[in-house]
Design a protein. Structure first.
Length: 306
């Protein structure tokens, strides 16, 4: 059995929902596709597809094979392309996921120069505010915020994010300035969340991880940009990454609060599967991203502008 061909037939069968459609798209014969999938089931010793008169669907084991096979076939294509092209001219498509704010405000502007440097590479930037399954979703690289659990993924630290709280001078003139995190319970806080409810912000308390303090949320949004705009207009106190409001702090539109209670910075990493390291396009993109990130003043040592 040609396992790569069999896996390709299986992947197409799952994606098209029928053996005949898979055969047409390969192209191949219905008999050949059916034989290849049967051979896979025999090889792995498990049922991979549930067949009915109208459609077919993967079993639980079939779903596992589909996800892995799709990734394997994609890597084989990359290897073929790498061997066939000029080694000094990386090419192909890169799929990168990132938290929406970081992706939109930081990564997207970096891509212009990268695409200019490497005209044979194209990039899919996916703005996703959740942890992605890099294998299942066919993601080559992922930017993640926060401490990482043990993982077999390769990581490159890009920078540290300093979360701060700030408010407009107009709001502070009306409501006073909080002196400790406890004081936030008596203030109008602007909260970033997809699901309004109880909220807590983390501050330093002498321990390694810090302590969460309950805060009073008057306005909830799932857009940090909109929350910062509301804070500028005097609606309340907002908690954001320091780099997002650097210009507002410098101009005095916002004032930084509770500096002595700020938590430890949160790391931001670039993650990729070990198998991707052999890809010239991935190496070029990782090196470029690390290079560019080091040039951004807003991500250097946290400023105490207030």
């Amino acid at each position: 059995m040609d396992q790569l061909a069999a896996m390709a037939a299986f992947v197409r069968a799952v994606e098209t929902g029928s053996l005949s459609a898979a055969a047409r798209s390969l192209p191949s014969s219905l008999t050949s596709v059916s034989r290849q999938i049967s051979a896979l089931e025999q090889h792995f010793g498990t049922r991979l597809l549930l067949r009915t008169t109208r459609q077919l669907a993967p079993t639980d084991d079939g779903r596992i094979l589909y996800e892995r096979a799709k990734s394997i076939l994609g890597e084989v294509k990359e290897i073929e392309a790498a061997l066939a092209r000029d080694p000094h001219q990386p090419s192909g498509r890169i799929r990168l996921s990132s938290p929406s704010l970081v992706g939109r405000l930081v990564i997207a502007p970096m891509l212009v120069e990268f695409l200019r440097r490497y005209p044979a590479i194209s990039v899919d930037l996916l703005l996703i505010d959740r942890t992605v399954d890099m294998v299942e979703e066919d993601i080559h690289l992922a930017v993640r915020i926060g401490r990482l659990r043990d993982s077999q993924l390769v990581t490159r630290k890009l920078t540290d994010l300093q979360m701060i709280v700030c408010a407009a001078p107009d709001y502070l003139a009306r409501r006073g300035e909080p002196q400790t995190p406890h004081d936030l319970a008596d203030h109008d806080c602007l909260v970033f969340s997809d699901s309004p409810g109880s909220a807590a912000w983390r501050f330093a308390d002498g321990s390694k991880t810090g302590r969460k303090f309950r805060i009073s949320g008057r306005l909830w949004m799932n857009s940090l940009d909109a929350l910062v705009a509301a804070a500028r207009d005097g609606a309340g106190i907002v908690r954001v990454p320091s780099w997002q409001v650097q210009s507002d702090l410098a101009s005095g539109r916002l004032r930084r609060l509770l500096l002595d209670h700020e938590p430890a910075p949160t790391p931001l990493h670039l993650m990729l599967q070990p198998s991707r390291l052999a890809s010239p396009k991935i190496r070029a993109f990782v090196d470029y991203l690390v290079e560019q990130w080091g040039k951004i003043d807003a991500f250097r040592a946290p400023s105490a502008v207030s």
